[in-house]
Design a protein around this ligand. Structure first.
Ligand code: AMP
Ligand code: MG
Length: 322
């Protein structure tokens, strides 16, 4: 049973395991990550294998602080400003990679850019400090499935693949990091996430482009966010979005006050209509409703502002044809 309570002893044992090339699942403030030593190609390859993750989908390199990040990537002034404002925290920056860095090519799937983040969780930071290497970590779930917000979710998806699952309890934010392409003049949000775009815009004083709006002038193409697959975050049951109420054979994923009674399995993401609470509950709610094996999960509409942008992104991908 790989689940352990984090303590100085278990964290140091987990860091040892990482340095030996084993995998370690750990809590962050967003979701649980499946970590490998980012400088060890064999270890990183095992992450792809364990998740069944497509080989073209790059990983995020987690580091202890901005200084460690600057050893692996170039920071334009605006990127440094974002890092100073939001790290440690749920913001991933895609930047030009330093050629001399020790990160193996598997992490970036050979791209000239790299995604980096300093996670805002004491256990993740303690593990990074003890390991002394950047940790490449995607979410600790099977590829395409709902992300894990509890140690038990990691165990359900990956069994004893990780040498350790450090149990930090439920993750506080519950949605993946916001990913910004910040390597060039124009900043593009590649993935909506737990840091609302509005907060980024407040720090920068300009509006940032969403991936759907940005076009590369040299090629006329949308920016590459490899691995942002249409179908992702999917429970077993199909999702029916924008539902006013649920049919008898459906489960109901509700939001807000005054929800009509439903006889089947029901989960209200936030009875008071709080989007931060809804985000924290989303993935666990999908797993719970799915476990009841409903014909479908009816999902009530959720406002598209603040954290709602990321919630709706995950729901749309969860509902996409598989
Ligand atoms: P995950 O680890 O599942 O949260 O996914 C990380 C995501 O970050 C990937 O699916 C990519 O969309 C994005 N990403 C990572 N590295 C890069 C990169 N070098 N360029 C663009 N996007 C990236
Ligand atoms: Mg993931």
């Amino acid at each position: 049973m790989p689940i352990v309570k984090p303590s100085p002893e278990t964290i140091s044992a987990a860091a040892e395991a990482l340095r030996r090339g084993e995998l370690v699942a750990f809590p962050t403030e967003t979701v649980y990550g499946l970590g490998a030593d980012a400088t060890n190609a064999r270890a990183v390859a095992r992450v792809f294998e364990a998740k069944g993750r497509p080989r073209f989908n790059p990983l995020i390199a987690h580091v202890a602080d901005l200084e460690a990040a600057e050893r692996i990537a170039y920071f334009p002034a605006h990127a440094r400003r974002l890092a100073e404002a939001f790290w440690p925290g749920p913001l991933t920056l895609v930047l030009r990679r330093r050629p001399a860095g020790k990160i193996c090519d598997f992490v970036t799937v050979g791209l000239e850019t790299i995604a980096v983040r300093v996670p805002g969780h004491p256990v993740a930071l303690a593990l990074l400090a003890a390991a002394g290497v950047p940790i490449a970590a995607p979410s600790a779930n099977k590829s395409g499935h709902v992300s894990p917000t509890l140690a038990q979710h990691v165990l359900d998806d990956l069994g004893d693949v990780p040498a350790f699952i450090l149990d930090g309890g439920p993750t506080t934010l519950g949605l993946e990091s916001t990913i910004l392409d910040a390597g060039e003049q124009e900043i593009v949000q590649l993935r909506a996430g737990a840091l609302p775009a509005e907060e980024v815009e407040r720090v920068l004083g300009v509006r940032i482009l969403r991936a759907s709006e940005a076009v590369d002038p040299s090629t006329g193409e949308r920016p590459a966010a490899p691995g942002q697959l249409a179908s992702h975050y999917a429970p077993r049951a199909p999702l029916r979005l924008g539902a006013a109420s649920a049919m008898p054979d459906e489960a109901l994923l509700a939001f807000g006050p005054g929800v009509a009674d439903h006889d089947g399995p029901t989960f209200n993401l936030s009875p008071s209509g709080d989007l931060v609470e809804a985000a924290a509950n989303l993935f666990a709610a999908l797993r719970l409703l799915d476990a009841a094996r409903p014909g479908a999960i009816a999902v009530m509409p959720i406002p598209d502002t603040g954290m709602g942008e990321a919630i709706n992104d995950r729901l749309r991908r969860g509902a996409a044809p598989r």
